[in-house]
Structure formats: C-alpha cells, structure tokens
Design a protein around this ligand. Sequence first.
Ligand code: HEC
Length: 160
Amino acid sequence: MLRTKLAIFPALAAFPALLVGWHVHAESNRTTFPQNIEELVHYATVRRGEVTEHLLTNQTAIDAVKAGQPAPAGTHVVLVDYRDGEVFRYFVMEKGENWGSDYAERRRTGDWQFQWFKPDRTVNLAEDTARCQSCHMSRGEQEFMFSYESIRAFDGVAVE
Ligand code: HEC
C-alpha cells in the first residue's frame, strides 16, 4: 500500500494542478437553501470578535430535540454569519430520508448534508463540504449539532 502511494506521488508532483485538486473536492449536494428562512426560529446567538452568528431551525426540530427524538427529515439548521451587520455567509445543514447513503460510511454524518451558501444564497463551490462533516461528526450523539444543548435550553429567547 505504502509502496503504491510512493510510486504515485512523483507522478502527481509533476502536475501541480492535480495536486491542488487532490484535497479540494468542491461539490454541490442535496442541501438546499431554506426557502422559508424567515419562518425559522432563531434559537441561539454566538458572538466571537467581529462575528455574530444566528442559529436557526424549524419549530418541529426544536420540539423533537427537546423530546429527545431525532430531528425529522426535511429539517434545516442554519448558521447565519454576520460581519458588520451584513450577512457574510450561510452555513446550512439539512436532513433527508436516507441522505447518508450518498457518502462512504467514514464520511457519513447520519442523514445530514452540509453546504455553504453565499449572501446571494448560491452555493460556494469552492468549499469542500467533507470538512464540515469531519468536524460535525464528533457530535453524532447530539444530532451532529454543536448547539444541541442550546436547543434543549431554548425557551423562546435566543440562547447566548
Ligand atoms: C472545525 C469545526 C467545524 C467545521 C469545519 C464546521 N463547523 Fe459548523 N459548527 C462548528 C461549531 C463549533 C458550531 C457551533 C457554533 C459556533 O461555535 O460557532 C457549528 C455550528 C454549525 C451550525 C449550527 C448547528 C450546530 O451544529 O450548532 C451549522 C448549520 C453548521 N455549523 C454548518 C457547517 C457547515 C455547512 C460547515 C462547512 C461549510 C461547517 N459547519 C464546518 C464547528 C465546525
């Protein structure tokens, strides 16, 4: 195995463009921009330096998480990243029936898929969404969300 890799490497090194493409698998996937974003519930705010993040999801998902149930298929969770009061980007995770099967098991984040949308709500194709998954994977016991406990604590006022 190692010998194979060593043999391939010099061949790749001869093509810098190929090497760049090696780690960046920009792609679209099934994640959609939530058309009803104005109706989603703002359940938490995270402030970090210049960045203010609003975390949103639908009431059905909040009810499910509070009841200790999985979020239903069709759930959107959105992180709106504001800089200087303007939307800088939207990070979206969406769950769909059996969407996990689009990925090899080692990459899978349950039935959630991830996407980065620009302020104009189109996909940022420069992002490798495997990065999103590899970080969120650690939250498998909490619906792949870092803010799971904020949802549980949410009582109508965004948790800070
Ligand atoms: C290095 C780890 C890391 C990576 C990579 C990452 N996230 Fe997150 N994500 C977090 C953390 C931590 C939070 C909690 C909010 C915060 O602290 O900013 C979060 C929050 C979120 C949320 C709100 C729900 C939740 O989990 O709390 C969404 C949606 C989200 N991320 C989507 C994405 C998308 C889409 C990408 C890739 C474009 C991505 N994330 C990449 C760590 C990561």
